[in-house]
Write a protein that binds this ligand. Structure first.
Ligand code: BES
Ligand code: MN
Ligand code: ZN
Length: 499
Protein backbone atom coordinates (compact mmCIF):
# COMPACT_ATOMS: atom_id res chain seq x y z
CA UNK A 1 0.00 0.00 0.00
CA UNK A 2 1.23 3.47 -0.82
CA UNK A 3 1.34 5.71 2.24
CA UNK A 4 1.52 9.51 2.40
CA UNK A 5 0.95 12.42 4.75
CA UNK A 6 -1.39 15.21 3.69
CA UNK A 7 -2.13 18.58 5.20
CA UNK A 8 -3.88 21.83 4.28
CA UNK A 9 -7.57 22.79 4.24
CA UNK A 10 -9.52 19.62 4.98
CA UNK A 11 -12.70 20.60 3.13
CA UNK A 12 -10.68 21.20 -0.05
CA UNK A 13 -8.84 17.87 0.11
CA UNK A 14 -9.61 15.82 -3.00
CA UNK A 15 -9.86 12.12 -2.22
CA UNK A 16 -12.19 9.24 -3.11
CA UNK A 17 -12.84 8.78 0.62
CA UNK A 18 -12.24 10.93 3.66
CA UNK A 19 -12.50 9.20 7.03
CA UNK A 20 -13.52 11.22 10.08
CA UNK A 21 -14.28 10.15 13.60
CA UNK A 22 -17.48 10.72 15.57
CA UNK A 23 -17.67 10.10 19.31
CA UNK A 24 -20.71 8.64 21.01
CA UNK A 25 -23.83 10.79 21.27
CA UNK A 26 -22.77 12.32 17.93
CA UNK A 27 -19.94 14.36 19.41
CA UNK A 28 -17.69 15.63 16.65
CA UNK A 29 -13.91 15.25 16.48
CA UNK A 30 -11.88 18.28 15.36
CA UNK A 31 -11.93 17.05 11.75
CA UNK A 32 -15.68 16.47 11.90
CA UNK A 33 -16.18 20.03 13.20
CA UNK A 34 -14.22 21.34 10.26
CA UNK A 35 -16.32 19.37 7.76
CA UNK A 36 -19.51 20.41 9.50
CA UNK A 37 -18.59 24.08 9.21
CA UNK A 38 -17.54 23.76 5.56
CA UNK A 39 -20.79 21.99 4.69
CA UNK A 40 -22.85 24.59 6.48
CA UNK A 41 -23.95 22.30 9.28
CA UNK A 42 -24.98 19.56 6.88
CA UNK A 43 -22.97 16.90 8.72
CA UNK A 44 -24.58 17.52 12.11
CA UNK A 45 -27.98 17.76 10.44
CA UNK A 46 -27.48 14.32 8.86
CA UNK A 47 -26.27 12.89 12.18
CA UNK A 48 -29.47 14.11 13.83
CA UNK A 49 -31.40 11.69 11.62
CA UNK A 50 -29.99 8.98 13.91
CA UNK A 51 -28.14 6.69 11.48
CA UNK A 52 -24.89 6.87 13.42
CA UNK A 53 -24.56 7.55 17.10
CA UNK A 54 -20.77 7.07 17.35
CA UNK A 55 -20.50 3.67 18.98
CA UNK A 56 -17.13 1.99 18.47
CA UNK A 57 -16.73 0.63 14.97
CA UNK A 58 -20.00 2.03 13.59
CA UNK A 59 -19.54 3.33 10.05
CA UNK A 60 -21.60 5.40 7.65
CA UNK A 61 -20.74 6.40 4.10
CA UNK A 62 -21.96 9.77 2.84
CA UNK A 63 -21.63 10.93 -0.74
CA UNK A 64 -21.03 14.35 -2.22
CA UNK A 65 -21.51 16.51 0.81
CA UNK A 66 -21.87 20.16 -0.31
CA UNK A 67 -18.76 22.24 0.26
CA UNK A 68 -16.53 19.17 0.62
CA UNK A 69 -14.03 18.14 -2.07
CA UNK A 70 -13.91 14.49 -1.00
CA UNK A 71 -16.13 12.16 -3.05
CA UNK A 72 -17.11 10.11 -0.02
CA UNK A 73 -17.15 10.82 3.65
CA UNK A 74 -16.73 7.78 5.88
CA UNK A 75 -17.99 8.51 9.36
CA UNK A 76 -16.42 6.31 11.99
CA UNK A 77 -17.76 5.68 15.49
CA UNK A 78 -15.08 6.02 18.17
CA UNK A 79 -17.15 5.33 21.28
CA UNK A 80 -17.29 7.53 24.36
CA UNK A 81 -15.02 10.57 24.09
CA UNK A 82 -13.83 10.39 27.68
CA UNK A 83 -13.24 6.64 27.45
CA UNK A 84 -11.33 6.78 24.19
CA UNK A 85 -8.67 4.08 24.58
CA UNK A 86 -6.15 2.62 22.20
CA UNK A 87 -8.16 -0.61 22.13
CA UNK A 88 -11.26 1.33 21.00
CA UNK A 89 -9.23 3.17 18.40
CA UNK A 90 -7.85 -0.10 17.04
CA UNK A 91 -11.31 -1.67 16.94
CA UNK A 92 -12.60 1.30 14.96
CA UNK A 93 -9.67 1.07 12.52
CA UNK A 94 -10.53 -2.56 11.89
CA UNK A 95 -14.04 -1.53 10.88
CA UNK A 96 -12.66 1.14 8.54
CA UNK A 97 -10.57 -1.44 6.70
CA UNK A 98 -13.58 -3.67 6.06
CA UNK A 99 -15.69 -0.79 4.67
CA UNK A 100 -12.85 0.47 2.47
CA UNK A 101 -12.27 -2.98 1.02
CA UNK A 102 -15.93 -3.19 0.01
CA UNK A 103 -16.24 0.35 -1.31
CA UNK A 104 -15.23 1.54 -4.75
CA UNK A 105 -12.53 3.77 -3.28
CA UNK A 106 -8.99 2.60 -3.99
CA UNK A 107 -7.52 5.53 -2.15
CA UNK A 108 -8.55 7.05 1.16
CA UNK A 109 -7.46 9.70 3.61
CA UNK A 110 -7.70 9.05 7.32
CA UNK A 111 -7.92 11.97 9.71
CA UNK A 112 -6.29 11.01 12.99
CA UNK A 113 -8.87 11.50 15.73
CA UNK A 114 -8.54 14.66 17.77
CA UNK A 115 -8.27 14.12 20.68
CA UNK A 116 -6.07 11.03 20.27
CA UNK A 117 -6.76 7.99 22.46
CA UNK A 118 -5.60 8.41 26.03
CA UNK A 119 -1.82 8.20 26.38
CA UNK A 120 -1.21 7.65 22.65
CA UNK A 121 1.19 9.89 20.74
CA UNK A 122 0.84 10.84 17.11
CA UNK A 123 3.67 8.55 15.98
CA UNK A 124 2.08 5.49 17.56
CA UNK A 125 -1.44 6.43 16.47
CA UNK A 126 -0.25 6.76 12.87
CA UNK A 127 1.60 3.46 12.98
CA UNK A 128 -1.35 1.66 14.58
CA UNK A 129 -3.61 2.95 11.81
CA UNK A 130 -1.42 1.63 9.02
CA UNK A 131 -0.69 -1.71 10.66
CA UNK A 132 -4.33 -2.30 11.56
CA UNK A 133 -5.58 -1.48 8.07
CA UNK A 134 -2.82 -3.50 6.38
CA UNK A 135 -3.66 -6.41 8.68
CA UNK A 136 -7.33 -6.43 7.71
CA UNK A 137 -6.63 -5.96 4.01
CA UNK A 138 -4.33 -8.99 3.78
CA UNK A 139 -5.69 -11.92 1.83
CA UNK A 140 -4.14 -15.33 1.31
CA UNK A 141 -4.53 -16.47 -2.29
CA UNK A 142 -1.38 -18.46 -3.16
CA UNK A 143 -3.02 -21.88 -3.29
CA UNK A 144 -6.57 -20.92 -4.39
CA UNK A 145 -7.48 -21.15 -8.04
CA UNK A 146 -9.94 -18.32 -7.62
CA UNK A 147 -10.36 -15.66 -4.93
CA UNK A 148 -14.17 -15.39 -4.93
CA UNK A 149 -14.39 -12.74 -2.23
CA UNK A 150 -11.58 -10.62 -3.62
CA UNK A 151 -12.47 -6.92 -3.36
CA UNK A 152 -13.23 -5.41 -6.76
CA UNK A 153 -11.49 -2.22 -5.72
CA UNK A 154 -8.78 -3.07 -3.22
CA UNK A 155 -7.30 -0.20 -1.26
CA UNK A 156 -4.07 0.91 -2.92
CA UNK A 157 -3.30 4.21 -1.24
CA UNK A 158 -3.77 5.41 2.30
CA UNK A 159 -3.11 9.04 3.23
CA UNK A 160 -2.87 10.34 6.76
CA UNK A 161 -4.28 13.78 7.35
CA UNK A 162 -1.97 15.74 9.64
CA UNK A 163 -3.37 18.96 11.06
CA UNK A 164 -0.14 20.59 12.20
CA UNK A 165 2.51 21.02 9.54
CA UNK A 166 5.18 20.73 12.25
CA UNK A 167 4.08 17.17 12.96
CA UNK A 168 4.60 15.93 9.42
CA UNK A 169 8.20 14.69 9.86
CA UNK A 170 7.10 12.63 12.85
CA UNK A 171 4.12 11.20 10.97
CA UNK A 172 6.25 10.43 7.92
CA UNK A 173 8.68 8.55 10.12
CA UNK A 174 5.76 6.56 11.54
CA UNK A 175 4.60 5.70 8.01
CA UNK A 176 8.08 4.59 6.98
CA UNK A 177 8.40 2.35 10.01
CA UNK A 178 4.88 0.99 9.61
CA UNK A 179 5.47 0.23 5.96
CA UNK A 180 8.57 -1.82 6.75
CA UNK A 181 6.78 -3.64 9.56
CA UNK A 182 3.81 -4.35 7.30
CA UNK A 183 6.04 -5.86 4.63
CA UNK A 184 7.81 -8.02 7.18
CA UNK A 185 4.48 -9.12 8.64
CA UNK A 186 3.13 -9.94 5.19
CA UNK A 187 6.14 -12.13 4.42
CA UNK A 188 5.79 -13.99 7.73
CA UNK A 189 2.07 -14.55 7.11
CA UNK A 190 2.55 -15.83 3.57
CA UNK A 191 5.21 -18.30 4.70
CA UNK A 192 3.13 -19.38 7.68
CA UNK A 193 -0.01 -19.94 5.64
CA UNK A 194 1.75 -21.94 2.95
CA UNK A 195 1.14 -25.67 3.60
CA UNK A 196 3.84 -28.04 4.77
CA UNK A 197 4.14 -29.80 1.42
CA UNK A 198 5.15 -26.51 -0.21
CA UNK A 199 6.83 -24.68 2.66
CA UNK A 200 9.61 -27.19 3.31
CA UNK A 201 13.00 -26.52 4.94
CA UNK A 202 14.45 -26.20 1.43
CA UNK A 203 11.76 -23.69 0.47
CA UNK A 204 12.42 -21.61 3.59
CA UNK A 205 16.13 -21.57 2.72
CA UNK A 206 15.30 -20.43 -0.82
CA UNK A 207 13.10 -17.65 0.55
CA UNK A 208 15.94 -16.45 2.77
CA UNK A 209 18.22 -16.42 -0.25
CA UNK A 210 15.61 -14.56 -2.31
CA UNK A 211 15.43 -11.94 0.43
CA UNK A 212 19.15 -11.30 0.20
CA UNK A 213 18.90 -10.67 -3.54
CA UNK A 214 16.92 -7.51 -2.87
CA UNK A 215 19.05 -6.37 0.02
CA UNK A 216 22.75 -5.72 -0.56
CA UNK A 217 23.47 -5.70 3.18
CA UNK A 218 22.09 -9.20 3.63
CA UNK A 219 24.00 -12.38 2.94
CA UNK A 220 22.63 -15.87 3.46
CA UNK A 221 24.39 -19.15 4.07
CA UNK A 222 22.59 -22.49 4.24
CA UNK A 223 24.11 -25.53 5.93
CA UNK A 224 22.96 -28.95 4.73
CA UNK A 225 22.75 -32.22 6.62
CA UNK A 226 26.38 -33.16 5.91
CA UNK A 227 27.73 -29.84 7.15
CA UNK A 228 25.60 -30.04 10.30
CA UNK A 229 26.83 -33.58 10.88
CA UNK A 230 30.43 -32.44 10.62
CA UNK A 231 29.73 -29.79 13.27
CA UNK A 232 27.98 -32.26 15.57
CA UNK A 233 24.47 -30.81 15.56
CA UNK A 234 23.00 -34.15 16.57
CA UNK A 235 20.02 -32.82 18.50
CA UNK A 236 18.76 -31.01 15.41
CA UNK A 237 19.62 -33.86 13.07
CA UNK A 238 17.89 -36.43 15.29
CA UNK A 239 14.58 -34.63 14.69
CA UNK A 240 15.18 -34.52 10.94
CA UNK A 241 15.93 -38.24 10.70
CA UNK A 242 12.22 -39.06 10.67
CA UNK A 243 11.59 -36.86 7.66
CA UNK A 244 12.24 -37.25 3.94
CA UNK A 245 12.80 -33.52 3.60
CA UNK A 246 16.45 -32.61 4.09
CA UNK A 247 16.97 -30.29 7.09
CA UNK A 248 18.61 -26.88 6.66
CA UNK A 249 20.32 -24.46 8.96
CA UNK A 250 19.64 -21.02 7.52
CA UNK A 251 22.05 -18.30 8.57
CA UNK A 252 21.38 -14.75 7.43
CA UNK A 253 23.74 -11.90 8.18
CA UNK A 254 22.55 -8.30 7.85
CA UNK A 255 25.53 -5.96 7.99
CA UNK A 256 24.48 -2.42 8.78
CA UNK A 257 27.16 -1.47 11.31
CA UNK A 258 30.91 -1.48 11.67
CA UNK A 259 32.40 -4.96 11.39
CA UNK A 260 33.79 -4.88 14.92
CA UNK A 261 30.44 -4.19 16.60
CA UNK A 262 28.85 -7.18 18.30
CA UNK A 263 25.73 -8.43 16.48
CA UNK A 264 22.24 -9.07 17.73
CA UNK A 265 20.97 -12.52 16.84
CA UNK A 266 17.44 -13.71 16.18
CA UNK A 267 16.88 -17.46 16.28
CA UNK A 268 13.56 -18.77 14.93
CA UNK A 269 12.10 -22.27 15.16
CA UNK A 270 11.57 -23.42 11.57
CA UNK A 271 9.61 -26.63 12.05
CA UNK A 272 7.78 -26.80 8.71
CA UNK A 273 5.46 -29.54 9.97
CA UNK A 274 5.20 -31.03 13.44
CA UNK A 275 3.31 -34.32 13.59
CA UNK A 276 4.97 -35.05 16.92
CA UNK A 277 7.14 -37.90 15.62
CA UNK A 278 6.76 -41.31 17.33
CA UNK A 279 4.98 -39.44 20.17
CA UNK A 280 2.37 -38.71 17.52
CA UNK A 281 -0.06 -35.84 18.00
CA UNK A 282 -3.83 -36.30 17.86
CA UNK A 283 -5.49 -35.80 14.49
CA UNK A 284 -7.68 -32.84 15.49
CA UNK A 285 -6.11 -29.54 14.41
CA UNK A 286 -2.90 -31.25 13.43
CA UNK A 287 -3.00 -29.25 10.19
CA UNK A 288 -2.16 -26.19 12.30
CA UNK A 289 1.28 -27.63 12.89
CA UNK A 290 2.23 -26.24 9.48
CA UNK A 291 2.50 -22.97 11.45
CA UNK A 292 5.27 -24.45 13.60
CA UNK A 293 7.81 -22.53 11.50
CA UNK A 294 6.33 -19.18 12.56
CA UNK A 295 9.42 -18.29 14.59
CA UNK A 296 11.60 -18.77 11.53
CA UNK A 297 9.16 -16.80 9.40
CA UNK A 298 9.25 -13.96 11.93
CA UNK A 299 13.04 -13.86 11.71
CA UNK A 300 12.79 -13.49 7.93
CA UNK A 301 10.09 -10.83 8.37
CA UNK A 302 12.27 -8.86 10.78
CA UNK A 303 15.24 -9.12 8.42
CA UNK A 304 13.07 -7.84 5.60
CA UNK A 305 12.03 -4.87 7.74
CA UNK A 306 15.65 -4.22 8.76
CA UNK A 307 16.60 -4.13 5.07
CA UNK A 308 13.78 -1.74 4.17
CA UNK A 309 14.74 0.57 7.04
CA UNK A 310 18.49 0.35 6.36
CA UNK A 311 18.95 -0.14 10.09
CA UNK A 312 22.45 0.75 11.27
CA UNK A 313 23.15 -2.42 13.21
CA UNK A 314 24.63 -5.86 12.83
CA UNK A 315 22.03 -8.59 12.87
CA UNK A 316 22.20 -12.36 12.49
CA UNK A 317 19.20 -14.55 11.77
CA UNK A 318 19.48 -18.27 12.45
CA UNK A 319 16.70 -20.68 11.45
CA UNK A 320 16.96 -24.38 12.16
CA UNK A 321 14.51 -25.89 9.66
CA UNK A 322 13.16 -29.44 9.57
CA UNK A 323 10.00 -31.54 9.82
CA UNK A 324 9.05 -33.78 12.75
CA UNK A 325 7.41 -36.99 11.51
CA UNK A 326 7.07 -40.61 12.63
CA UNK A 327 9.30 -43.00 10.69
CA UNK A 328 11.49 -46.07 11.17
CA UNK A 329 14.50 -43.79 11.47
CA UNK A 330 12.81 -41.24 13.73
CA UNK A 331 13.74 -40.50 17.35
CA UNK A 332 12.25 -43.00 19.82
CA UNK A 333 11.31 -42.19 23.42
CA UNK A 334 14.36 -42.96 25.50
CA UNK A 335 16.87 -42.22 22.75
CA UNK A 336 19.86 -40.17 23.86
CA UNK A 337 21.62 -37.67 21.61
CA UNK A 338 24.72 -35.53 22.09
CA UNK A 339 24.00 -31.91 21.25
CA UNK A 340 26.42 -29.49 19.59
CA UNK A 341 27.21 -28.15 23.08
CA UNK A 342 28.41 -31.60 24.16
CA UNK A 343 25.54 -31.99 26.64
CA UNK A 344 23.55 -35.22 26.27
CA UNK A 345 19.75 -35.23 26.05
CA UNK A 346 17.34 -38.07 26.77
CA UNK A 347 14.39 -37.69 24.40
CA UNK A 348 11.44 -38.77 26.52
CA UNK A 349 8.88 -37.24 24.20
CA UNK A 350 9.66 -36.85 20.51
CA UNK A 351 7.01 -34.11 20.28
CA UNK A 352 9.24 -31.82 22.35
CA UNK A 353 11.36 -31.34 19.22
CA UNK A 354 11.48 -27.56 19.06
CA UNK A 355 13.85 -27.33 22.01
CA UNK A 356 16.12 -29.94 20.40
CA UNK A 357 16.61 -27.99 17.18
CA UNK A 358 16.85 -24.68 19.05
CA UNK A 359 19.46 -26.07 21.46
CA UNK A 360 21.89 -26.62 18.59
CA UNK A 361 20.98 -23.34 16.91
CA UNK A 362 21.62 -21.47 20.17
CA UNK A 363 25.01 -23.13 20.59
CA UNK A 364 25.78 -22.32 16.95
CA UNK A 365 25.21 -18.61 17.75
CA UNK A 366 28.20 -18.55 20.11
CA UNK A 367 30.53 -18.23 17.13
CA UNK A 368 29.16 -14.75 16.38
CA UNK A 369 30.00 -13.41 19.85
CA UNK A 370 26.53 -11.86 19.91
CA UNK A 371 25.63 -8.98 22.19
CA UNK A 372 22.12 -10.43 22.66
CA UNK A 373 20.31 -13.47 21.32
CA UNK A 374 16.54 -13.57 21.10
CA UNK A 375 14.79 -16.78 20.14
CA UNK A 376 11.22 -17.09 18.87
CA UNK A 377 9.45 -20.39 18.91
CA UNK A 378 5.99 -21.93 18.81
CA UNK A 379 7.35 -24.02 21.61
CA UNK A 380 4.61 -25.25 23.93
CA UNK A 381 0.89 -25.85 24.08
CA UNK A 382 1.30 -25.05 27.78
CA UNK A 383 2.06 -21.43 26.92
CA UNK A 384 -1.23 -21.24 25.01
CA UNK A 385 -3.06 -22.61 28.04
CA UNK A 386 -1.32 -20.12 30.34
CA UNK A 387 -1.62 -16.92 28.30
CA UNK A 388 -4.05 -17.53 25.45
CA UNK A 389 -3.72 -15.68 22.16
CA UNK A 390 -2.93 -12.15 23.33
CA UNK A 391 0.63 -12.02 24.65
CA UNK A 392 3.64 -14.16 23.86
CA UNK A 393 5.45 -15.70 26.82
CA UNK A 394 8.69 -13.91 27.64
CA UNK A 395 11.51 -15.65 29.47
CA UNK A 396 14.86 -14.15 30.43
CA UNK A 397 16.95 -13.67 33.52
CA UNK A 398 18.04 -10.25 32.26
CA UNK A 399 15.69 -7.56 33.62
CA UNK A 400 16.90 -4.86 31.28
CA UNK A 401 16.34 -7.02 28.22
CA UNK A 402 12.94 -8.06 29.58
CA UNK A 403 11.91 -4.44 29.97
CA UNK A 404 13.08 -3.57 26.47
CA UNK A 405 11.00 -6.35 24.97
CA UNK A 406 7.97 -5.51 27.10
CA UNK A 407 8.25 -1.89 25.93
CA UNK A 408 8.62 -2.92 22.27
CA UNK A 409 5.56 -5.11 22.66
CA UNK A 410 3.50 -2.29 24.17
CA UNK A 411 4.62 0.16 21.51
CA UNK A 412 3.42 -2.13 18.72
CA UNK A 413 0.51 -3.77 20.58
CA UNK A 414 2.39 -6.99 19.85
CA UNK A 415 2.52 -7.73 23.52
CA UNK A 416 4.48 -10.13 25.70
CA UNK A 417 4.07 -11.28 29.29
CA UNK A 418 7.00 -12.29 31.41
CA UNK A 419 7.01 -15.68 33.15
CA UNK A 420 9.61 -16.87 35.67
CA UNK A 421 12.78 -18.62 34.60
CA UNK A 422 13.85 -19.66 38.08
CA UNK A 423 16.51 -22.25 38.79
CA UNK A 424 13.92 -24.01 40.97
CA UNK A 425 12.28 -25.46 37.85
CA UNK A 426 15.51 -26.92 36.44
CA UNK A 427 15.32 -30.12 38.49
CA UNK A 428 12.23 -31.17 36.53
CA UNK A 429 14.60 -31.87 33.64
CA UNK A 430 16.75 -34.37 35.57
CA UNK A 431 17.42 -37.66 33.79
CA UNK A 432 18.85 -40.92 35.12
CA UNK A 433 20.53 -41.59 31.80
CA UNK A 434 21.66 -38.31 30.28
CA UNK A 435 22.63 -34.76 31.26
CA UNK A 436 18.98 -33.78 30.95
CA UNK A 437 15.60 -34.94 29.69
CA UNK A 438 13.81 -33.04 26.93
CA UNK A 439 10.57 -32.76 28.93
CA UNK A 440 9.88 -31.71 32.50
CA UNK A 441 6.50 -33.23 33.27
CA UNK A 442 3.02 -31.76 33.35
CA UNK A 443 3.69 -28.79 35.61
CA UNK A 444 4.79 -25.43 34.17
CA UNK A 445 5.41 -26.80 30.68
CA UNK A 446 6.22 -23.46 29.08
CA UNK A 447 8.71 -22.67 31.84
CA UNK A 448 10.53 -26.00 31.80
CA UNK A 449 10.85 -25.67 28.01
CA UNK A 450 12.48 -22.26 28.51
CA UNK A 451 14.69 -23.74 31.26
CA UNK A 452 15.84 -26.37 28.79
CA UNK A 453 16.83 -23.68 26.27
CA UNK A 454 18.61 -21.68 28.98
CA UNK A 455 21.12 -24.53 29.33
CA UNK A 456 22.29 -23.79 25.78
CA UNK A 457 22.31 -20.00 26.05
CA UNK A 458 24.75 -19.40 28.88
CA UNK A 459 27.42 -17.59 26.88
CA UNK A 460 25.45 -14.44 26.04
CA UNK A 461 22.53 -12.23 27.02
CA UNK A 462 19.43 -14.13 25.97
CA UNK A 463 15.66 -14.02 25.93
CA UNK A 464 13.11 -16.52 24.69
CA UNK A 465 9.65 -15.73 23.31
CA UNK A 466 7.16 -18.60 23.28
CA UNK A 467 4.88 -17.53 20.42
CA UNK A 468 2.70 -20.67 20.32
CA UNK A 469 -0.42 -18.69 21.26
CA UNK A 470 0.09 -15.64 19.06
CA UNK A 471 1.59 -16.84 15.77
CA UNK A 472 -1.71 -17.91 14.23
CA UNK A 473 -5.45 -17.79 14.74
CA UNK A 474 -7.69 -20.86 14.71
CA UNK A 475 -11.27 -21.53 13.69
CA UNK A 476 -13.00 -19.37 11.11
CA UNK A 477 -10.14 -16.88 11.01
CA UNK A 478 -7.49 -19.58 10.74
CA UNK A 479 -4.25 -18.10 9.47
CA UNK A 480 -0.84 -16.79 10.38
CA UNK A 481 -0.72 -13.43 12.18
CA UNK A 482 2.81 -12.37 11.31
CA UNK A 483 3.48 -11.82 14.99
CA UNK A 484 5.89 -10.90 16.51
CA UNK A 485 7.50 -9.15 13.52
CA UNK A 486 6.23 -5.74 14.68
CA UNK A 487 7.72 -6.22 18.14
CA UNK A 488 11.04 -7.39 16.69
CA UNK A 489 11.24 -4.48 14.27
CA UNK A 490 10.47 -2.00 17.01
CA UNK A 491 13.12 -3.56 19.24
CA UNK A 492 15.64 -3.32 16.40
CA UNK A 493 14.68 0.34 15.85
CA UNK A 494 15.26 0.93 19.57
CA UNK A 495 18.64 -0.80 19.44
CA UNK A 496 19.61 1.11 16.31
CA UNK A 497 18.81 4.37 18.08
CA UNK A 498 16.24 5.22 15.41
CA UNK A 499 13.34 6.03 17.72
N1 BES B 1 4.90 -27.11 18.22
C1 BES B 1 4.49 -27.69 19.45
C2 BES B 1 3.87 -26.68 20.40
C3 BES B 1 2.45 -26.27 20.12
C4 BES B 1 1.41 -27.14 20.37
C5 BES B 1 2.17 -25.00 19.69
C6 BES B 1 0.11 -26.74 20.14
C7 BES B 1 0.87 -24.60 19.49
C8 BES B 1 -0.16 -25.46 19.70
C9 BES B 1 5.68 -28.33 20.17
O1 BES B 1 6.62 -28.89 19.34
C10 BES B 1 5.15 -29.41 21.02
O2 BES B 1 4.63 -30.35 20.50
N2 BES B 1 5.27 -29.25 22.33
C11 BES B 1 4.76 -30.21 23.24
C12 BES B 1 5.76 -30.34 24.38
C13 BES B 1 5.43 -31.45 25.32
C14 BES B 1 5.60 -32.79 24.64
C15 BES B 1 6.33 -31.35 26.53
C16 BES B 1 3.43 -29.70 23.77
O3 BES B 1 3.29 -28.51 24.03
O4 BES B 1 2.51 -30.51 23.85
MN1 MN C 1 6.14 -30.90 18.88
ZN1 ZN D 1 6.76 -28.15 17.44
Amino acid sequence: MELKCKTGELANHKTPCLIIGIFEKRRLTEAAERIDTASNGRLSALLKKGDLNGEIGQTLLLYELPGIAAERLLLLGLGKRNEFTRANYRQALGAVALVLQQSGAESATLTLPDPLPRGLDLYTAARDAVLMIEDKCYRYTRTKSEDKQAPKHPLKRLNLWIEKRSEIPNAERALRHAQAMAEGIRLARELGNLPGNLCTPTYLAEQAQALSEHCPRLSVEVLDEGQMQALGMNALLSVARGSRQPPKLIIAHYRGAAAESRPLALVGKGLTFDAGGISLKQAAEMDEMKFDMAGGAAVLGALRAACLLDLPLDLIGVIPATENLPDGAANKPGDIVTSLSGQTIEILNTDAEGRLILADALTYCERFNPETVLDLATLTGACVIALGKHPAGLFTSDDRLANELIAAGEATWDRVWRLPLWEDYQEQLNSNFADMANVGGREAGAITAACFLARFAKKYRWAHLDIAGIAWLSGKEKGATGRPVALLTHWLLMRAGSL
